[in-house]
Design a protein around this ligand. Structure first.
Ligand code: NOJ
Length: 577
């Protein structure tokens, strides 16, 4: 499970076991080369709260996004994934929806939304919206009704446990200050379930009425013309509602117990039939279950569920004391090979639930920030699967550098801080840990320029701007042909112009090399070789391939060698024939 769930809590390392897919493989590799727009897309994730504020309240808004559509277009990406913009009290920055058919006041109005969508479509950019339906806000009308009485028709929209049955079997909550997913409500003398915060009660997918409501909501947005849905936390939506006791310590690997339960696939097939199949929309699940088989079952085109899923195993590798490059290679290679013949994956190493890409997987020191950032971008854009790229990473934005708890805003970070305090933990150690891993590291305002508040807002930003904005910002990088921003544009363009980078077969070379990552991509007689150095020293990639006649398509340094020698964090893409 992604580390967004994990500050000092749990590392659910068992999320993805190395079990190979045993499902009947009755299709051929051709399936994975069937052309689809969502396979060829580069998805750029916009975190609306931190992107651009136009009304001066310190919070990003839709008008801000509208004002930056030309910038987004200039990146060469073709899909924007927008985090939730619906009505919400913002306990979890919009992942607690109180009104699924309206725009959060902080972000603007439905007219703004319509203008934004039109502005995207005019520029040939598609829009994917977050669909948050594992849970709603406790301020949603459904929940207000549900909690009002045991007899209320909305009671069955959520999971309740009547207190006269005694305490319900322990369920772990990811964001609760006590990690307890059952919250007692005296109004009806019952507990409700919340896998996330107390203000995010879980919806009851067994209830057909709830499901019909969700499909209507999806149609509402699809009819507006949006181009896809990202299903938030959906692998947890179905539960065993008899709520059996789980073994002690299950929370260390809770996805085994929470993921892909009950009739989840049935619900997805129904959703597909009712909504997804009726529109030209893409769909992507957050989370891919416990096994490759789970993941396949979500995205196997024959099953008519979703188009793709993203798995967390890779993003979890980065730890405060580093990570093994061989491990990283193994994870990506294992996933690629499991999806050689069918299904499709997302490729990502960062998003709004992670600390910054360059700070976790690269090197954010002034000396190596640019090179390592470009190298990681090269990696993400040259793997098979649809790349998801988080806003600000194209500038090589770094972790926030917060040193005190007052700087943080994230519900998970703050609740966990309180919990650590309650249990008498070493709080300095916790602060150090969140400086590396808190989700807020990736949520500081976008660094547009060197003016006050990085050009993000004229007001007081909801979360502090990173103090390095005067040196790391879009305006200065626009002027520099070698900036990380302009490098990002080049590598995106290269991907868009080379279907081999989308569909081509991936082959790992020199697996044991602890410093470099080398692989080829091949399609219809075209073969590219990608060499990446993950270390701060020059390294040799041992490919056994004669590079003297290879054409260099792109590199993050001038005049890269044609011997496989890579400069610190060097990245080179060669064409071999
Ligand atoms: C996953 C989202 O990406 C995260 O930001 C959110 O806190 C949880 N789901 C709960 O909705």
């Amino acid at each position: 499970m992604s580390n967004f769930f994990t500050p000092l809590i749990i590392v659910a390392a068992g999320l993805l076991v190395s079990k190979t897919c045993t499902g009947q493989n009755n299709r051929t590799a051709k399936d994975t080369t069937d052309r689809k727009w969502w396979k060829e897309a580069v998805v750029y994730q916009v975190y609306p709260r931190s992107f651009k504020d136009m009304d001066g309240d310190g919070i990003g808004d839709l008008k801000g996004i509208i004002s930056k559509l030309d910038y987004i277009k200039s990146l060469g990406v073709d899909v924007v994934w927008l985090n939730p913009i619906y009505g919400s009290p913002n306990d979890d920055n919009g992942y607690d929806v109180s009104d699924y058919r309206n725009i959060m006041k902080d972000f603007g109005t439905m007219d703004d939304f319509d203008t934004m969508l039109k502005g995207m479509h005019t520029r040939g950019i598609k829009l994917v919206m977050d669909l948050v339906v594992n849970h709603s806000s406790d301020e949603h009308e459904w929940f207000k009704q549900s909690r009002s009485s045991r007899k209320n028709p909305y009671r069955e929209y959520y999971h309740w446990w009547n207190a006269e049955k005694g305490k319900p079997p322990y369920r772990y909550s990811l964001f609760d200050v006590n990690h307890d997913a059952w919250r007692y409500d005296s109004l009806t003398n019952a507990y409700y379930l919340h896998y996330f915060s107390r203000k995010q009660p879980d919806l009851n997918w067994e209830n057909p009425k709830l499901r019909a409501e969700v499909y209507d909501i999806m149609k509402f947005w699809a009819d507006k013309g949006i181009d896809g849905f990202r299903l938030d936390a959906f692998q947890f939506a179905a539960k065993d509602t008899t709520f059996p006791a789980f073994p002690n310590g299950f929370e260390r690997d809770f996805t085994q117990y929470y993921g892909m339960q009950g009739n989840l696939h049935g619900y997805l097939q129904e959703m597909n039939q009712e909504v997804l199949s009726k529109y030209n929309v893409m769909s992507v699940a957050e989370g891919a279950g416990n096994t490759f088989e789970d993941a396949h079952n979500l995205v196997d085109a024959n099953r008519n569920e979703l188009n793709m899923a993203y798995a967390f195993e890779a993003v979890d590798i980065a730890k405060p004391d580093g990570y093994s490059v061989v491990h990283l290679k193994d994870v990506f290679t294992k996933w690629d090979s499991a999806f050689t013949d069918k299904g499709w994956l997302s490729i990502f190493l960062a998003n709004h639930d992670q600390a910054r890409l360059v700070s976790r997987f690269g090197n954010d020191s002034p000396q190596f920030r640019e090179a390592s950032s470009k190298m990681l971008t090269t990696f993400i854009m040259t793997m098979r699967g649809t790349p998801y790229y988080y806003n600000g990473d194209e500038l090589g934005m770094t972790n926030a550098g917060f040193t005190k708890i007052e700087d943080y805003r994230d519900v998970q970070t703050l609740n966990e801080y309180q919990r650590q305090k309650n249990i008498g933990a070493d709080m300095q150690a916790y602060l150090k840990f969140i400086a590396f891993s808190s989700r807020d590291n990736g949520r500081t305002p976008f660094q547009w320029d060197a003016t006050q508040n990085s050009g993000f807002t004229k007001g007081t930003p909801w979360i502090n701007v990173n103090s390095n904005y005067k040196t790391i910002n879009a305006a200065s990088q626009e002027k520099d042909p070698n900036s990380t921003l302009n490098y990002f544009r080049k590598v995106v363009k290269l991907r868009k112009n080379n279907p081999v980078l989308v569909y081509g077969k991936y082959t790992l070379i020199d697996r044991e090399n602890p410093d470099t990552y080398a692989y080829t991509r091949e399609l219809n007689g075209k073969k590219l070789l990608i060499l990446l150095n993950f270390k701060n020293k020059a390294m040799n990639a041992k490919t056994g391939i004669d590079l003297s006649k290879a054409t260099i398509l792109l590199s993050n340094y001038d005049k890269p060698s044609n011997t496989g020698r890579l400069r610190p964090y060097g990245a080179v893409i060669y064409e071999l024939n």
